[in-house]
Write a protein that binds this ligand. Structure first.
Ligand code: BTN
Length: 232
């Protein structure tokens, strides 16, 4: 990260994104990380709420806007978890998944020339059927700061090398029959790849669609009895 890495810690905030935005307007340096023990108005992508009880990881990193930053942040969270023994993958665009459940997410907001990269990881259970948490994914006790340090280390630009290749290798979406909902509506098809700009390539009825934003769910997965297609 450029200009050092100051970590500012809060016990409770509305959202680390809002705090970071305010600090950017006050001239805080690039590289600063805002962390909170809990959030009262945690925000997710697509105007969703991010449930943020005490015990989770809620962090916003102030960086320069750069291409593929959202993929880079997803890779850092997935690798940070993997380094601690949790087999995390990425559901396009950057939901962090363990098997079929979401364990973390990334929210990027832009403020002038800065990107505020919000990262949330469930360390403790949250009341959502579709979610899991670190406590459920491993028997090993992992602290918030251990996980944060592991993630931040993967955010170093020197490690950012081949972003798209790394993203593809961690993908939980490529090769699956998916439903993707975007501004253009709902599309069901097979995810066949990610292009150099991080867009999702979906083949449906012989046509390849290039999707640049949206929300994705897998309609096919392997279970241990047989390969089958199920609606989730
Ligand atoms: C998603 O919808 O998957 C993105 C979730 C991002 C949540 C994090 S928690 C830290 C930062 N502060 C917020 O209010 N949101 C992001």
């Amino acid at each position: 990260m450029t200009d050092g890495r100051q970590i500012i810690h809060y016990a409770c905030v509305s959202s680390t994104q809002s705090v970071a935005k305010k600090l950017v307007s006050l001239g805080i340096p690039t590289g600063t990380v805002i962390v909170a023990d809990k959030q009262e108005q945690g925000r997710g992508r697509l105007d969703r709420t991010w449930i943020s009880p005490a015990g989770g990881l809620y962090a916003s990193i102030i960086l320069q806007v750069e291409p593929l930053i959202s993929l880079r942040a997803g890779i850092a969270v997935a690798k940070g978890l993997r380094e601690l023994g949790i087999e995390a993958k990425l559901r396009w665009p950057n939901d962090v998944m363990v098997e079929e459940k979401k364990i973390g997410g990334i929210l990027i907001e832009v403020s002038g020339s800065r990107a505020i990269v919000g990262m949330g990881v469930n360390l403790v259970p949250v009341p959502l059927e579709s979610a899991t948490c670190v406590e459920e994914a491993t028997r090993v006790h992992i602290t918030r700061d251990q996980l944060l340090n592991s993630i931040l280390q993967w955010m170093e630009p020197s490690l950012s090398g081949k972003v798209v290749e790394e993203y593809r290798a961690l993908s939980a979406t490529i090769g699956h029959v998916i439903c993707v909902e975007s501004k253009r509506g709902k599309l069901i098809g097979k995810a066949i790849g990610i292009d150099v700009a991080g867009r999702l390539l979906v083949e449906s009825a012989g046509v390849v669609h290039v999707i640049s934003s949206g929300d994705c769910s897998n309609l096919s997965f392997r279970d241990n009895r047989a390969e089958k297609t199920v609606k989730r």
